[in-house]
Design a binder for this molecule. Structure first.
Ligand SMILES: Nc1ncnc2c1ncn2[C@@H]1O[C@H](COP(=O)(O)OP(=O)(O)OP(=O)(O)O)[C@@H](O)[C@H]1O
Ligand SMILES: [Mg+2]
Length: 287
């Protein structure tokens, strides 16, 4: 099935509202994972996705729809067994699949950054946090000591952590929620053009999930965000635009209101019905 653009905005398919400056421009991207011709792999795409400065786009869909693959493609990388077979990805004006390794390395972690599901494995347990932040800043050209401290404090504060306390800690001394905040701060520290978060709340307990979603609500005021989630509640809370994926394709895009009140594609209708059902069950369990 082709994409249903559930919007009346005067823009091209998969595009942001109005004459916004484009930060992400994915055009006719196709990816192969594994070996689909031999029956053990999948084809993703073609996918078109345009994201304007300051937008928060939430990518939702069932498991295996290709959400993480698109997120990885925004960093110019794919998991093992993945390759780009067509189309282009431009981030902040750089065409990722034409860029050399050096350009890509400098772009990842500075122009575009990623927040993963599990903050534990992403943080070196034997390095103090101030050193971890210094490493990330130095890798992208910030070398002055004062500047490093100032930028680290700025990022930790933006992630709603006490910078003085956090900088002296090791990852293992932090709660899961605080670790995810540190990951957010690391994603912010090089002032990226776009932050991609892949299931940033999935590994957290319900209370911490709420806190981290609220934090993303604050981040979206000043950042361009792509939030990948199987949880429509997260998208409802955060999205300026929801993108629904199924079987490797974008099948529908729309505002939260459009998607929640008038979902057109059967997959979107299923996701919305599921979310409403979960709400009813939770309400019943509480009473
Ligand atoms: N190397 C590979 N070889 C074959 N198939 C792969 C490979 N890597 C991923 N896949 C398959 O590609 C599909 C898309 O994967 P992807 O991780 O992008 O989906 P997703 O929407 O993020 O799913 P989830 O919600 O479970 O995280 C999945 O069906 C996955 O099993
Ligand atoms: Mg995924």
């Amino acid at each position: 099935m082709t994409e249903t653009t559930n919007t009346t905005k005067p823009t091209g398919a998969g595009g942001p509202a109005g004459a916004t400056q484009l930060v992400v421009d994915v055009s006719q991207l196709t990816v192969e994972l594994g070996d689909p011709d031999r029956g053990h792999g999948v084809r993703i795409g073609p996918v078109d996705l345009r994201i304007g400065r300051g937008e928060c786009v939430c990518v939702v869909g069932t498991s295996g729809a290709g959400k993480s693959t698109i997120g990885q493609a925004l960093l110019g990388m794919l998991g093992p067994g993945g390759r780009v077979t067509g189309g282009s990805v431009r981030v902040a004006g750089t065409s990722l699949f034409e860029a050399d390794d050096k350009t890509l390395r400098s772009l990842r972690g500075s122009t575009v950054t990623m927040i993963f599901q599990d903050p534990t494995s992403a943080l070196n347990p034997v390095r103090r946090l101030d050193k971890i932040f210094a490493d990330v800043l130095k890798a992208h050209g910030t070398t002055g000591k004062d500047e490093i401290v100032a930028r680290t404090r700025e990022a930790l504060t933006a992630a709603e952590l006490d910078p003085d306390a956090a900088m002296r800690r090791y990852a293992h001394e932090l709660s899961g929620g605080m670790r995810q905040r540190v990951m957010v701060a690391l994603a912010l520290v090089n002032r990226p053009a776009v932050i991609v978060a892949d299931e940033p709340t999935t590994a957290l307990d319900p209370t911490t999930q709420k806190e981290v979603i609220e934090l993303f609500g604050v981040l979206k005021r000043t950042n361009t965000l792509v939030v990948i989630t199987h949880d429509l509640r997260v998208a409802r809370r955060l999205a300026d635009r929801i993108v629904v994926m199924s079987l490797g394709r974008i099948v529908e895009t729309g505002t939260v209101e459009e998607i929640m009140t008038a979902p057109r594609h059967p997959v979107t209708q299923g996701l919305v019905a599921n979310q409403k059902l979960t709400k009813v069950v939770k309400r019943r369990d509480r009473s």
